[in-house]
Design a protein around this ligand. Structure first.
Ligand code: TZD
Ligand code: CA
Length: 526
């Protein structure tokens, strides 16, 4: 007899889902029993860490990741991190253990009451199979649902007495399935956009995270080069879709209505690929777009297309569409876009603290050319985009929904997915605390990510926002008195504190020379 347990592991193996990111509880033990040798379990000490690691792993590898959570409490702890994974279209197959099927109605401890409803507003699909026999098929559905475009997290709750039940005799058929769904726009749509760009006086290209997720940077470069398009990165972008060292790169767009329409006002055609139109942040009343500026969006996500307040939208595969647009584009004789001004030099602070700009300048100078940056230093994101060169695909990750607790775990997941590259987390002192226990996983699994904690003692972004909103005397904005080196030591990660350029250079040199996790706490000015 094949058990549900055996059929499930066989299916996971078939899909290459042999890394389990989890934190176990009683409901999950029967799933984890006799853990196969070709599988790897990566333990996070809090579910925000578990989900964040899986998010980083999936995004950096370009493949779905598998998560195992403990019932409702574990799911709840993961849901903040889940908001980011939803917004970044990260394919995650999230499972959670459930109490014994026939006892669910009694609500014993750690029952996931109404399990499928719990994460439903966030995930693409959420389900608890109606019988043990249906578990392998439901898992197969979960994997395909997560992976089909638009990719995203899905959720499956499994009662723990299901695992030893017999699997259906049809279960092996699941292992043989493939489900694909990459759609190309019709030829006339490609021709229409191509003509729009070709005829435009001053077109501009705005690229979003999904261009990087689709591994479509080369096509984006070809299109921009042939059509001499200035390239902006979409507001609040969670990945870097275009080399920031390219002469046509203009920077990241601000995230307010008025600022965006002002910047785009000089253009007659705005082509947005792989991003919402737009992901605003601070409320800035104004016109959405100047009169005479046309917007066309190419997105993999029907919801993104439907909710945009302006312009035309095409829902299609980002990689295939960009490749078609790049191939169809003529070489133009339009003047080349003007170059971006290099960022201004920043004077020393005169204290034992570094300006955040200086931290980024030193990282830019010393990090390998293909370093992967995970950014969770909220108030300094603009400076980072101005100063850190990101030349290669998969070089940048940022919380797509703005949920904190992303930096440490995503750095770990990305480093596991890309052992040949160095991952450097640039993380605020406020943000770092939401998932600080990820340092334990870094130490125990020897994951050589470098964590640079920019410690300014405050929630800097909220201080900035308080000025924008003109609100005064807000409590809870400072976070003094945290010793990150002591925290790191407690979790088993070597750490050093610094406040001068020379000390920081020293610390980063040492960190990059070793293949171990390291934390550098750098005191920064606000
Ligand atoms: N909680 C969660 C889960 N996500 C959030 N985004 C916030 C709270 C609110 N928040 C922000 O949006 S930015 C921020 C908070 C608390 C401050 C982060 O501080 P930091 O970085 O030290 O990491 P800066 O550069 O000092 O802002
Ligand atoms: Ca801070």
């Amino acid at each position: 007899m094949t058990t549900v347990h055996a059929a499930t592991y066989s299916l996971l193996r078939q899909h290459g889902l042999t890394t389990v990111f989890g934190n176990p509880g009683s409901n999950e033990l029967p799933f984890l029993r006799d853990f196969p040798e070709d599988f790897r379990y990566v333990l996070g000490l809090h579910e925000a860490v578990v989900l964040g690691m899986a998010d980083g792993f999936a995004q950096a590898s370009g493949r779905p990741a598998f998560v195992n959570l403990h019932a409702a409490a574990g799911t709840g702890n993961a849901m903040g991190a889940l908001t980011n994974a939803v917004s970044s279209h990260t394919p995650l197959v999230i499972t959670a253990g459930q109490q014994v099927r026939r006892t669910i109605g009694l609500e014993p401890m750690l029952t996931n009451v109404d399990a499928a409803s719990l994460p439903r507003p966030l995930v693409k699909w959420s389900y608890e199979p109606a019988s043990a026999e249906d578990v392998p098929r439901a898992l197969s559905q979960a994997i395909h649902a997560a992976t089909l475009s638009p990719q995203g997290p899905v959720y499956l709750s499994v009662p723990y007495d299901d695992w030893d039940q017999p699997a259906s005799g049809d279960a092996p058929l699941l292992n043989q399935r493939s489900v694909t769904g990459r759609s190309v726009p019709p030829a006339e749509t490609i021709a229409h956009i191509t003509k729009l760009l070709g005829d435009a006086r001053s077109p501009v290209l705005i690229l979003g995270a999904d261009v990087d997720a689709a591994r479509a940077q080369p096509a984006a470069i070809e299109l921009a080069t042939k059509q001499r398009l200035p390239v902006w990165v979409a507001p609040s972008a969670s990945r870097c879709p275009f080399p920031t060292t390219h002469p046509f790169f203009r920077g990241i767009l601000p995230a307010g209505v008025a600022s965006i329409s002002r910047l785009l006002g000089e253009h007659d055609v705005v082509l947005v690929i792989g991003a919402p139109v737009f992901r605003y942040h601070q409320y800035e009343p104004g016109v959405l777009i100047a009169d005479g500026t046309g917007v066309v969006q190419v997105t993999c996500d029907p919801q993104e297309a439907a909710r945009a307040p302006m312009g035309d939208a095409v829902v299609a595969d980002i990689g295939l569409t960009l490749a078609a647009l790049a191939a169809a584009a003529e070489t133009t004789d339009r003047v080349e876009p003007s170059r971006r001004k290099p960022p201004a030099a920043v004077p020393a602070t005169g204290q034992d603290r570094l300006a955040p700009e200086t931290v980024f300048d030193l990282v830019a100078e010393m990090a390998p050319a293909d370093a992967v940056y995970v950014n969770e230093s909220t108030s300094t994101t603009g400076m980072l985009w101005d100063r850190l060169p990101m030349r290669h695909p998969g070089s940048y990750y940022f919380p797509a929904a703005g949920g904190l607790g992303f930096g440490i775990p995503v750095a770990l997941g990305a480093q596991l997915a890309c052992p040949e590259r160095r991952v450097i987390g640039l993380i605020g002192d406020g943000s770092a605390n939401f998932s600080i226990s990820g340092l334990w996983t870094a130490a125990q699994y020897d994951i050589p990510a470098v964590f640079v904690i920019l410690n300014n003692g405050t929630y800097g972004a909220l201080r900035w926002f308080a000025q924008v909103l003109q609100v005064r005397d807000v409590p809870g904005l400072d976070v003094p008195g945290i010793d990150f080196c002591a925290l790191a030591a407690g979790y088993g990660v070597e750490a050093v504190r610094c406040g001068t350029a020379a000390a920081f250079q020293d610390a980063l040199r040492t960190a990059l020379a070793t293949r171990k996790p390291r934390l550098i706490e750098v005191l920064t000015s606000f």
